[in-house]
Ligand binder design. Structure first.
Ligand code: ATP
Ligand code: TZP
Ligand code: MG
Ligand code: MG
Length: 272
């Protein structure tokens, strides 16, 4: 397991060397920010939604990221077509169930997608993940309302759904096959900019595209993103969310192995 600590800083360099193509079917709020965040990091974003083309795009992509933030019936159909093609092509699929539990349509759509598509990683806040897994939790709009025990919900949800899970919040949790990592990096300012969770889901796609060990790649993505946010806050703390959002892109472009090694806050639980 010590090996994981040594490997975490290296994954960002692998992303930059490979420049993975990330196919996003995402929401209208975060589209531009997600594309710019992936580019800054060193990945290659593409947004493609038409049911006539999503299978082709998902087949050539290095990861497919599905995000239900501004769902339409057409998008659900496209997500399922893309997801099935990704499964055939061995393209990893990341699902962000934005606002699951807030409306019946969102929860049902997530269940439909998960029934038809093998998901490599499910990433959301605690309430979204709890609602997808059928664990009782409250969601209003796209934000988590209650304070939840991220660790317990991640563990239970990944067991119930039989899928790797990342829950984000003040502390992030990765749960894969009974193993857990807890990530303490990040900054509260991330909650003042919309789309920071959605961008993170896309970045998880970029990391999973270059490292197939989901516990390692997901932990590396969370740590790298969290540290970039901490450094962005340091530089812009006198200003506010606008400057922070811009600086987050700058820091995603600049963060390197040495930064990750120096600032990472990770706990590993072998047998949770
Ligand atoms: P929500 O709608 O609940 O805000 P989200 O989809 O935006 O969910 P977050 O849970 O906010 O996703 O996670 C996005 C990023 O923000 C992650 O890197 C996470 O670690 C970080 N984050 C969220 N809340 C905090 C916090 N209180 N302190 C530090 N970092 C945080
Ligand atoms: N409404 C629908 S999707 C969306 C909003 C505000 C963006 C949510 O982004 P995030 O990353 O979950 O904060
Ligand atoms: Mg947030
Ligand atoms: Mg979200």
């Amino acid at each position: 397991m010590n090996e994981i600590y040594e490997m975490i800083p290296i994954v960002i360099t692998r992303v930059r060397n490979k420049i993975p193509l990330i196919h996003n079917i995402t929401n209208v709020v975060v589209t531009n920010f997600t594309a710019n965040g992936l580019l800054a990091l060193g990945a290659s974003p593409v947004m493609a939604y038409a049911k006539e083309e999503v299978a082709d795009m998902a087949t050539v992509a290095d990861a497919l990221v599905l995000n239900i933030g501004t769902l339409t019936a057409g998008n659900v159909e496209s997500m399922i077509i893309a997801g099935k093609a990704a499964n055939v092509a061995n393209t990893p699929v990341i699902l962000d169930p934005v606002g699951a539990g807030a409306t019946r349509y969102r929860t049902e759509s997530v269940h439909r997608i998960m029934k038809e598509v093998d998901i490599t990683l499910l990433r959301g806040n605690a309430a979204e993940i709890a609602n997808v897994a059928g664990i009782k939790a409250e969601v209003r709009g796209v934000d988590s309302v209650n304070v939840h025990d991220n660790r317990e919900i991640a563990l239970e949800a990944s067991k119930l759904l039989q899928v790797p899970v990342v829950i984000t919040g003040e502390q992030d949790v990765v749960s894969v096959n009974g193993k857990l990592t807890l990530v303490g990096n990040g900054h509260e300012m991330l909650t003042k900019v919309t789309g920071t969770g959605c961008l993170l889901s896309a970045i998880l796609g970029a990391f999973i595209a270059v490292e197939g060990d989901i516990l390692l790649s997901s932990t590396a993505a969370l740590v790298t993103y969290g540290i970039a946010a901490e450094l962005a806050f340091e530089k812009t703390k006198e200003d506010g969310p606008g400057s922070f959002q811009m600086e987050l892109l700058n820091r995603l472009a600049k963060i390197n192995e040495a930064d990750v090694k120096k600032w990472m806050k990770v706990e590993i639980e072998e047998e949770a």
